[in-house]
Design a protein around this ligand. Structure first.
Ligand code: KIV
Length: 271
């Protein structure tokens, strides 16, 4: 007799119910099989295959250079590592801004070639046609407002967005546009906590904050920041749970020293 190991998978319905019941949503980025597997087993609700891969995996200064093919490679690796969590993949810069035909084609490629559960794109009213067409094709869409890193050259800095009335009012309208167009959730990045609280209260779909305070329905962090792999990035909103940079440096220094001193490998570590 085979014992069935039913895994309760996270879906868009789970996320909606979590908002309704007040249970906070946990989201983390991942870009490869091994970390995705650890995060899934740890019980994370959502893995985001973020275009922050451009920064933390490829070493670029911005998210602009990463391509759709690169994102598909990362997403395929992540999907092989998960059993239960919900996986969202970023549409990279240039793969959706031109028109809704291109946006839909990019979203379909991600879903078909990776097995992802949803896509994320940045922007509000200006991307609404694309959101509607992608949702109509049966693909769940996560929005992203506030500090949208694909527009860094328009903003000029990575500082807090929507502090002024005009930008805050645009964000208030954009969250409504995205909800009406069918988004199942919206990331709010680096905006004042009071504004995030207000729009979270107004929406039926969950908000996931990064630097947007504790009243969002969930939180997201880039794995390299949370684990202390990349220690140069220390914004106020970040809580660093490990110092992997220090731990890995120590382990590799010990390995180098053991090789040089001929301590490694010893008799038990050979055939
Ligand atoms: O690409 C990314 O990692 C993101 C998060 C910062 C939300 O979009």
């Amino acid at each position: 007799m085979s014992i069935s190991k039913e895994v309760k998978k996270v879906t868009t319905h789970t996320l909606k119910n979590m908002k309704a019941s007040g249970e906070k949503i946990s989201m983390i980025t991942a870009y490869d099989y091994s970390f995705a597997r650890i995060f899934d087993h740890a019980g994370i609700d959502i893995i985001l295959v973020g275009d922050s891969a451009s920064n933390v995996m490829a070493g670029n200064e911005t998210t602009l250079p990463i391509t759709l093919d690169h994102m598909i490679y990362h997403a395929q690796s992540v999907l092989r590592g998960i059993d239960r969590c919900f996986v969202v993949v970023d549409l990279p810069f240039g793969s959706y801004q031109s028109n809704s035909d291109i946006a839909l084609a990019s979203a379909i490629r991600i879903m078909k070639e990776t097995g992802a559960h949803a896509i994320k794109l940045e922007g509000g009213e200006e991307v609404i046609d694309s959101v509607k067409r992608i949702v109509s094709a049966g693909i769940p869409v996560m929005g992203h407002l506030g500090l949208t890193p694909q527009s860094i050259y328009k903003f000029g800095t990575y500082s807090v967005r929507a502090k002024e009335d005009a930008e805050a009012n645009k964000l208030r309208k954009d969250v409504k546009f995205l909800e009406k167009a069918g988004c199942f959730a919206i990331v709010l990045e680096k905006i004042p906590a009071d504004l995030a609280k207000e729009v979270t209260r107004e929406l039926k779909i969950p908000t996931i904050g990064i630097g947007a305070g504790g009243d969002c329905d969930g939180q997201v962090l880039v794995m390299h920041d949370l684990l202390g792999i990349n220690t140069e990035f220390k914004p106020r909103f970040l809580r660093q749970y490990l110092n992997m940079n220090e731990q890995i440096t120590g382990a590799v220094r010990q390995y180098i020293s053991d090789v040089k001193s001929k301590d490694f490998p010893n008799k038990n570590e050979q055939y």
